[in-house]
Design a protein around this ligand. Structure first.
Ligand SMILES: Cc1ncc(COP(=O)(O)O)c(C=O)c1O
Length: 429
């Protein structure tokens, strides 16, 4: 695949060619060619990713950072090369990437590190992570539960206050200068909403947080797969990635943490592989990233995720972003034009990825999803792990269509026809 000019949307012929890399996209569902519009939940995997996992299992499989034998050394090298590939993909240094099993675990890792520091673990070096009464953790009303509940727990464990940036009636963040104050110690915010598809103006929040000495955790689950992401340029302190949303396998995610922070942070999970010396009463820990990687790691998944990010890089993230911005606009415009459809966040004036959620008053999202599924169209239904956002917008559930680099305009149009047919079938308008 030859990368073309940066930012030029993918051409139809290119998309059709790269779709051949994804065996599942050639399959049929309910007698129709699969139209996969659920990449926001989990993306499909190209052959290079499937092959990387199989190749590792058939030629290198062994425990990493342990054995003295050749295979173990080669497996360790593949594992660390994978870390370097993911680090390069987000603009980090190799030792600033910690493997986790998913983004949820990565966020919990940071929350529990703060929690542990708050009871004195990590000593003086971890002082900046110590929270107590009067301190504030700031998050938003649009977060995925993965970037909300760990902070609720952290507040409960430490006595800190969880402060939530509210949404306006359209669903946009209602930012004001009193939300981040001298009391703020951590700001945890999503880069792209997994319900609204909008790219949040996080630069503003990051600058405000750093202005008061607070740290920032960016939930990049819905941005890293779809946009060029440079953690250094954005100047975030932590960022979390979900491997299965960026063409990788399930069971692998990553935490980016600024080196000086990872060096000072107490671990979350403890046990084998993260120590230097252990006595019966205490242990000394390895430097990061190993300090945060207790137990046997998901090695073939890491290697496969590296294959995924190399694939994305070869196609070109600016081009993927341009393609998906166009599909996202097509989704929003097309849905808005259908009588009886309410697109969540349609009025928000921000750039978007290829994702839109909608409600059809009178038709439950599960019924809409089922109707579309009968046509081979896969969408997500329910609250998408964002109940507070749905509650704020006055709905309990929505139907979500989400694209990726392999999605086509024809698929979006077929989906829009399916939505119109759903309304006709249920006779609500
Ligand atoms: C915005 C956002 N954050 C966090 C997550 C959690 O990711 P994972 O399931 O990989 O832990 C998701 C997954 O849907 C998400 O969309």
């Amino acid at each position: 695949m030859t990368p073309s000019s940066p930012g030029a949307p993918l051409q139809v012929a290119e998309i059709l060619r790269l779709r051949e890399d994804f065996p599942i996209l050639q399959t049929q569902v309910n007698g129709h060619p699969l139209v996969y519009l659920d990449s926001g939940a989990t993306s499909q995997r190209p052959l290079v990713v499937l092959d990387a996992e199989r190749e590792f299992a058939t030629t290198l499989n062994s425990a990493v950072h342990r054995g003295a034998h050749t295979l173990a050394a080669e497996a360790t090298e593949a594992f660390e090369d994978a870390r370097a590939a993911v680090a390069r993909f987000v603009g980090a240094d190799d030792d600033e990437i910690v493997w986790t099993s998913n983004a949820t675990e990565a966020i919990n890792l940071v929350a529990y590190a703060f929690s542990n520091a708050s009871v004195g673990r990590g000593g003086a070096a971890a002082e900046r992570f110590r929270l107590g009464a009067g301190d504030e953790i700031v998050t938003t009303e649009m977060e995925h539960h993965a970037n909300l509940i760990p902070w609720q727990e952290l507040a409960a464990h430490t006595g800190a206050t969880l402060r939530v940036i509210p949404l306006d009636d359209d669903g946009a963040l209602r930012l004001d200068e009193n939300q981040i104050t001298e009391r703020t110690k951590l700001v945890a915010v999503t880069h792209v909403s997994n319900v609204l598809g909008v790219i949040n103006p996080v630069e503003q929040l990051i600058a405000a947080a750093h202005g008061v000495g607070a740290l920032v955790l960016l939930d990049a689950c819905q941005s890293a797969p779809h946009l060029p992401l440079d953690v250094r340029a954005l100047d975030v302190d932590f960022a979390v990635l979900s491997g299965h949303k960026m063409l990788g396998p399930t069971g692998i995610g990553a935490l980016y943490g600024r080196r000086d922070l990872l060096e000072a942070m107490p671990p979350f999970l403890t046990g084998g592989s993260m120590i230097t010396t252990v006595t019966i009463t205490e242990a000394e820990y390895l430097p990061p990233p190993q300090r945060f990687e207790a137990g046997t790691q998901r090695v073939s998944q890491a290697v496969a995720l590296a294959a995924a990010v190399r694939y994305l890089h070869d196609v070109g993230m600016p081009r993927i972003a341009a393609h998906e911005a166009a599909l996202g606009q097509r989704l929003v415009d097309g849905l808005t034009a259908i009588d009886g459809v309410r697109v969540l966040g349609a009025g928000i004036d921000l750039p978007r990825v290829g994702l839109a959620s909608f409600d059809i008053p009178g038709i439950h999202s599960h019924d809409a999803g089922q109707f579309l599924d009968d046509r081979g169209i896969a969408v997500r239904v329910g609250h998408h792990c964002a109940q507070p956002l749905h509650r704020r917008l006055g709905v309990t559930a929505s139907t979500r269509a989400s694209t990726y680099l392999y999605s086509t305009e024809a698929e979006v149009d077929g989906f829009l026809d399916g939505v119109s047919a759903t309304i006709e079938f249920f006779g609500v308008h």
